[in-house]
Design a protein around this ligand. Sequence first.
Ligand code: BMA
Length: 339
Amino acid sequence: MSKVKIIGEAMKNVPWQDKPEDYKGVVWRHDANPIIGWNPIPKAARIYNSSVVPFEGGFAGIFRADHKNGTARIHLGFSKDGLKWDINNEEIQWNDEQGQPYQPGYSYDPRLVKLEDTYYIVWCTDFGGASLALGKTTDFKEFTRLENPFIPFNRNGVLFPRKINGNYILLSRPSDSGHTPFGDIFLSESPDLVYWGKHRRVMTSGGAGWWQGTKIGAGAVPIETSEGWLMFYHGVSGTCNGFVYSFGAAILDLENPSKVLYRTRDYVLTPEKEYETTGFVPNVTFPCATLQDAETGRIAIYYGAADTFSAVAFAEVDELINYIKANSQLLPGDAEEYR
Ligand code: BMA
């Protein structure tokens, strides 16, 4: 069997640790987790659910920072090795396309993607309720806000790293105004990042009591591979003590990513370590980004832990894709007729 390949660029400096010999899973944690702890900058108590890209030989990141007054904002940071981050104490300042200040209020769970020569950021903002916001930068100095893609309520917006059949592709999770007790992953297309349509349902939550029984949401920007788009996503189960956020992985069709080909029956990572089970919100592992090296197939996964910490885990593309295929279970709502 030929090896599964990542379609993309080499990244020799991708953060990496080999899998511990006695470890059974296909996603393993960095042994120095968490990489960002409590009170990392004067303004913020917690930095988590954040997103990173390679930039100028090192890395740039857009971070969710919960300020000490309780509100969430997004901040910019840089790192040489992807592990030690220098994060600005002030939130990002946005202008609209006419150059006028256009500052979001509440802002959280940013996803960052390089598409052609531009870095796009999709985050969740307050637009009469939780909704997606979109912005861009080319240099991480000037930040321009674009039109909000959708009306409320919606969360977990993730833009694909390239157009497909001429259109931009955005995953999202329609929700409600609170701590939504339902949710499936949808896909929408746009020719210009302003008008969105051709909405499709990609994947559903389900299975009473399962790790993904209550809701699911797209996590990191999908990784293009020879077998399809590899997508890490979060799945939530409702327990008598509140939600538990684990994560799984799915493979979407390369040319029609509204079609899920495989998805893991079991989670690939669930809260087990103290920094995942204990914090501001216990029992949360929430993937928002990856860095990957097309040459070796190494993947570093960035995830938020317990709504408090930033953490890193690792996977190897060939092993992971083969695992997903061998341990896949589609749910009834994933079928073509519901798409
Ligand atoms: C979701 C989002 C995430 C958070 C998660 C667990 O609704 O708000 O930012 O990590 O809840 O609290």
